[in-house]
Each structure stands twice: as structure tokens, then as C-alpha cells.
Design a protein around this ligand. Sequence first.
Ligand code: ATP
Ligand code: HSE
Length: 318
Amino acid sequence: MAVYTQVSAEALTAFLSRYDHGALASAKGIAEGVENSNYLVDTTTGRFILTLYEKRVAADDLPFFFAMLDHLAGDGNLVPRGLPDRDGRVIQELEGRPACLIEFLSGVSVTRPTAAQARAAAAAMGVMHRSLASFDGGRPNTLGIDDWRPLLERCGRSLDTIQAGLYDRVDRALAAVEQDWPRDLPVSVIHADLFPDNVLMLNDRVTGLIDFYFACTDVRAYDLAVMHSAWAFDPAGEPLDPAVGRALVEGYDEAFGLSVAERAALPVLARGACLRFLLTRAWDWLNTPADALVTRKDPLAYARRLDWYERDNEFDAG
Ligand SMILES: Nc1ncnc2c1ncn2[C@@H]1O[C@H](COP(=O)(O)OP(=O)(O)OP(=O)(O)O)[C@@H](O)[C@H]1O
Ligand SMILES: N[C@@H](CCO)C(=O)O
């Protein structure tokens, strides 16, 4: 359960008194997620998400994320805006952490997506990319290709305590990705973490895209590769029905479009995505504080996906 920071009823009551959103009725920590502390807050007038930003989110980046969300919501995308208090402030401090009250969106996230759900989610990403073409903000990717080797070195040989030989395995895969990485594809602001748990759905309909805290400026097709690596496999990293992977590429292509060069680069971009999530999960696996109420995510589920992309499997690019 991702609740790193406990919020007392007294502190939350005082926090809510800055807004015109009613008085505290109930609050409970949300089990999903690994990055930030999230609470579901019910007040006398409505339901909200309260997020306290933890380890990987820099407070200085929050204005960028909320400007992006405002831009997307203003253009009709189903994303949650940060809510301003009576003085117009969205970014607050609570229990010593940066914190925001956020719009609640309905829907649930799927764990084993169908092809229809994958198509709808990828189309929502395509529509989002179209809106982002007119967004003039930007943020360097702090977990991009240039950051993977330093992260590998910080994990070091402790990786081998997760699985024998894992350090050398990642080192080899990373060297190949560094060599093959495309340097001339279109760049844009992207979500960079659009996993199934960051897409809210009702049946086959997308009702919300959430968790923009890794959004950054990077290769646009990398966003789709991240999505493929997260959606085309089950949580243990075993591939789902190939129709799911195909639906992702087709849904995105129909909504936004994918050039021949972007399509050709998807396999290496997906290998890069596997390394990004394998490494951050491995770091967390090795460094999660014993008292944190969080379910660590399995780095080896990403080693299995990496194996799959490396085996020269057809990417099912439609
Ligand atoms: N705006 C929202 N509306 C409804 N539910 C939300 C909203 N934001 C977050 N949630 C719920 O809280 C959970 C955790 O949120 P989120 O994914 O942002 O956490 P995180 O710790 O940043 O996660 P991750 O590990 O994916 O980076 C989500 O899976 C969802 O159930
Ligand atoms: N979506 C990521 C967590 C954010 O870094 C994962 O599943 O590893």
C-alpha cells in the first residue's frame, strides 16, 4: 500500500479548511501505486484524491505537471486537474510534504486488458499526443536513456541478489539499447508511464488518464513503447494474446499516426522501456524502507518482457 506519509485527521481538517470543498467526512489510504502517498478523501460536498509527493517527484516539477493537466483537460482529455484553494494555490504542504487536492475520476484500472480496452487506451494516448502538440511546456526526462547506466551502477552487484547474473544481463541489454537508440524521431511532451493502473476505464471506455508525475519531453513513440511493455503482458511479464499488442499500435495509429521510422523503432524503444522499469523496480526492491506500507513491484517481470522483445518476437505492429 503506497502510504509513505501518514496524515492525521487534524492536519487534513486544517488543510481542507483552505478550500471551498466541504468538511472532512472520511479519508483512507489507497493501496495501489508505489511512488506517492494517495488518499481517497470524502468531504461533505464530494470525493477527491489527496496526493503527497514522495521520493521521485521533485516539488519544482509540480507546476509543469499541473500546467500540462490544465492544458489537456481544457482540450477535452479526461485527466484530473489539481484544485486551487481559495487563494488560487494548487501546490500545498501537508505533513512536511508537497501535497495537492486533485479531482476524482471514476472508473477502474484493468489488470488483464482485452484488445478492445487496449485499443481504447492507446487511442486516448493518441488524442493526448495531439493535444500536447500545442502545449509549450517541457521537462527533461530524468529517467531517460542517459539515466539508465548511472542507475544500473547505483544498483551495482546487489542486482545479483535479486537473480543470479542480473547485473551482467542488464549491462549487456543496456549496451545494445544505447547503440541502437534512435536519435532523430519526433520529440514531444509525453506521459512516460501509461500503465494499465494509470488508465481508468468503465468496460471498454476510458474514463480517465492519471499519474502524470513522470511526464517529460522525450521521443514521442517511446510513450507507445512504454505502453506496449506494460499492456501486452500479464503482471508477471508473460505475453497476453498478441491481439492486445496489435490493438495498442492500431488504436494509437488511428488516433494520432505513427510514421514508418517510429514503427520500425518500437522494438528498441520497448527494450529501453523494459530497462527503465526493471531498474527503477530493482532500485526500489533493494531500497524500500522496512516500515513503508507499499507492495514492491517485481523487477523480474520486466526482465521477462525484455527477454521477449530481445527474442526478436514480431512486435505485432499492425
Ligand atoms: N484522479 C484520480 N481519480 C480517481 N482515482 C485516482 C486518481 N488518482 C489516483 N487514483 C487512484 O489512486 C491509485 C494510485 O494513484 P497513482 O497511480 O497516481 O499512484 P502512484 O504511487 O504515483 O503510482 P505508480 O506506482 O503507478 O506511479 C490509482 O491506481 C487510482 O486507484
Ligand atoms: N509504473 C511503474 C511505477 C512508476 O515508476 C512500474 O510499474 O514499475
